[in-house]
Design a protein around this ligand. Sequence first.
Ligand code: ZN
Length: 423
Amino acid sequence: MVSDGRSSSGNDKGSLAAISELFDEAARPRGRNRGLISSSAIGLANRGRVLQVLFDLGPTSRAELARHVGVNRATITGIIQPLIDEGLLVDGDPLPSKEGGGKPAKPVWFAKDAAPICAVLLMHDSVQCCLVSLNGTITAEARADFPPDAGDVDVLKRTIFATLSETLSLAHRPPLGIGVAGGGMIDTDKGTIVAVNLAPLLAGFPLGAELTRRFGLTTRIDHHPRALLVGDRWFGIGRGKRNFAVIYTGEVLGGALFLDGHLYRGRAGAGGELGHTFVQVDGMTCYCGRRGCWETIATLGWLRREAQKQGLASADKMDSQRLVALVENGSAGAAELLDRYARNVAVGIANLQQTMAPNFIVLHGDVVGGGSCLLDAITRHVRDLVPWRPGGDIELVMGDLEDRAALRGAAGLVLSELLHFTL
Ligand SMILES: [Zn+2]
């Protein structure tokens, strides 16, 4: 049964927070005894369904929404209009009409001026904060590096809180919550940092609880590559996909999986530690203390050591962008190193493809700087390493170098929590 969202909105607060409160009151099962869903809760749940389709598909006309949700257009209008009146959604510019004429359809999308979400990117050496509007616009950016000689977690905490305060002070209206993309091992159930190999001081830090206590806002924290994936799904190249994977490379290597229409987290967020899957028995020692992890052969540390061995210029600052520039200048040593680096990145992707078959893989981080030259090399190696099968085409694409997807994805974590989307 589909109920009209309008009849059950019952509030005039005009905010996403108000919708969320209603969800909390009416729709969440409490404890073990799940009661039947009341008719008002059904209306709210249907709103959530429609918003989730928008999140999945991007700007979409009412007719398309109706088709995806399996209801008629009048029902969709009944659900959408109150959300437009509340300022959560807006009508976009008309889409060109299809052949055969007819009125051009206006896509519905999240409003730029709705309350923003504060996004945090917490890496081992820095914290970056910004506001993300519901249409993906990033503003009020602030960033701070952690002091390299910090001997106390309180120093890092002060840096995190000060950077967040700076961003929050620039919000034109109270933010809906704080979403954190964190490097290292994250317990998504508890909202805590389990461990960060490159920043041991952060181990055990209950970041989610501390941020909620300090700023009084809903906080969601997830593993950095999973935030990238959510950003890709909401605003980027993963939109509308049923299956895809994200791989991040740089100082560290991580990944995330979107399988059969859902973000895969594993128990307590332990899934997706791809950087520490083994690719070399008794290989090099990893930051995690084990040997032969994928991270030991497909990150900047490996690239710089090998560049040194090759005698390449600026080996200690080598990255994918510099390497490709050397290749384009005719350096045979750089070309050989690029091919080995591409193969090392491809090895882990091939293992992932063989295990889960995401078939569509978005690369983020340093490798993006290598452009099509590096992408083509990685793709060629992946295709060589994975046996061909009918319908098994593998596509690799570049995401972003600057972690914009991670910030947007961190905001997406909060939105999904408030509106009870299933990511
Ligand atoms: Zn490892």
